[in-house]
Design a protein around this ligand. Structure first.
Ligand code: CMC
Length: 434
């Protein structure tokens, strides 16, 4: 194949910089700007709107067509035919497991769900009113203290063990964050239960009473985890990669990813959706909030609408919408759930209103997942914790992909606009000396 080149001409000067162009298997090709520095230029791309920071085989998104593929498989097909744990295996290993591999993986996860008893002590230090994400970011970071000296990140087997450990322990830690907040005893994981069912058992069971989990709700929980499992180079994944590029302990890298996920523009959006629906409160107030969202002088935004990448529809939202109906039917709230009615009307307006159509602001995955989680009885403050639990295999797959290849420390450049070099004022030196 002929080598493709892009040319950069600055200020119309005849000498141009030649930059190699690489072909993607799907999606836009990339211009390799690494050599640009020798010509005295950096590229400038705040928000990474046009910058690929790595090459990756894991996930592909075509935002304008509403396509999301994990290792080539469409998310809709995985949602229909696969399970969260099978999808975790796919993300980590690149292929779907055969029957033996699947069983081995599931058992392995099952037997890594407990956390060291010392972890309980960390929770004692948190006020009961702590936001669950503040506890999660801390206790996941704390896991690095338990698995550091024996870990060799250059060993692929060690890396897979870390991945399995963290995937298995996330639901346990997530449920502990909830239990601490409500002042109930922590529930130990139960090895007889499936992944999602076990999570709901640790959330809602107590030592006094077991929690029977309906298969519809367990499946919905599993789907929420699956649909969040990866999303290519989003803010939290890029954070995990950046932290990992220094050779840091992977549990700390995941803690960094959790911190990045917390913000309302990223993982905090499903929580923000519920806060918004609560604030709206009744169908009669919808127009007022829509008007605020459209007012260029008001920073107010409708939470759960719009996406940096999906500028058509979010395929995860399509699956979630169906699950949302099933769950509401199961919990018997479909008929008279004000919140759900407000949500449905907002959805309709956004799909019909010119402001939203022109800006391609469609309901995103958080819009529906928030409502499902609410129907499952999960408090709003736990929503992002659940997102983090689901996203863990994606973070680990990206960390593993980076660490297993040649990689450099991530070190962005800047467009400096501060003062030029200047001397410390002589008058201040004199004043100090006297
Ligand atoms: N409500 C009202 N207007 C909006 C919204 C919204 N939710 N989102 C974007 N806009 C407007 C924005 O004001 C701008 O209008 P104009 O062109 O007149 O200035 C235009 O749409 C483009 O917005 P942008 O900020 O340039 O778009 P972005 O791609 O940088 O931002 C976003 C994407 C997701 C941060 C943004 O749409 C948003 O804040 N949405 C609400 C929060 C949310 O639901 N976040 C979850 C994203 S999905 C979870 C994940 O995958 O991490």
């Amino acid at each position: 194949m002929t080598e493709r080149k892009a040319q950069l001409i600055v200020d119309g000067k005849p000498e141009s910089v030649e930059l190699p162009v690489y072909e993607s298997s799907l999606g836009p090709d990339v211009v390799d700007v690494r050599g640009l520095i020798s010509s005295g230029y950096f590229t400038y791309d705040p928000g990474f709107m046009s910058t690929a920071a790595c090459d990756s085989d894991i996930t592909f998104i075509n935002g304008s067509e509403g396509v999301l593929l994990y290792r080539g498989y469409p998310i809709e097909q995985l949602a229909e035919h696969s399970s969260y744990l099978e999808t975790c295996y796919l993300l980590l290993h690149g292929e779907l497991p055969d029957a033996g591999e699947k069983l081995e993986f599931e058992n392995n996860i099952r037997y890594h769900t407990m956390v060291d008893q010392q972890i309980h002590q960390f929770f004692n230090g948190f006020p009961r009113t702590s936001h669950p994400m503040s506890m999660l970011v801390s206790v996941v970071g704390a896991l690095s203290a338990f698995y550091h000296h024996t870990l060799d990140i250059s060993d692929p087997e060690h890396r897979m063990l870390v991945a399995r450990r963290i995937i298995a322990k996330m639901p346990t830690l997530a449920a502990m964050c909830y239990k601490h907040g409500v002042g109930q005893p922590f529930m130990y994981p139960r090895n007889s239960l499936g992944f999602a069912e076990n999570f709901l058992h640790m959330m809602f069971g107590t030592p006094c009473e077991e929690k029977e989990v309906s298969p519809v709700l367990a499946r919905a929980m599993d789907l929420i985890f699956l649909l969040h499992a990866d999303h290519e180079q989003n803010a939290s994944t890029s954070t995990v990669r950046l932290a990992g590029s220094t050779g840091a302990n992977p549990f700390s890298c995941i803690a960094a990813g959790i911190a990045a996920l917390w913000g309302p523009a990223h993982g905090g959006a499903n929580e923000a959706v519920l806060d918004m629906l609560d604030e709206i409160g009744s169908e009669s107030r919808i127009d007022e909030f829509i008007a605020r969202a459209k007012d260029p002088n008001d920073p107010y935004r409708l939470m759960g609408f719009g996406h940096r990448v999906y500028k058509n529809f979010d395929p995860r939202a399509t699956v979630m919408r169906e699950v949302c109906n099933e769950v509401l039917e199961e919990v018997g709230e479909a008929a008279d759930n004000t919140l759900f009615r407000i949500a449905r009307r907002l959805e309709r307006i956004a799909l019909e209103d010119d402001y939203f159509i022109q800006r391609k602001l469609y309901p995103n995955v958080d819009f529906y997942s928030g409502i499902i989680l609410k129907a499952l009885g999960i408090p709003t403050s736990m929503f992002t914790v659940i997102f983090a639990t689901g996203r863990t295999p994606g973070w680990m797959a990206h960390w593993n992909e980076m660490v297993s290849g040649p990689y450099r420390i991530g070190r962005p450049r800047q467009l400096y606009r501060g003062p030029a070099k200047r001397d410390y004022p002589a008058a201040r030196i004199t004043a100090k000396a006297s």
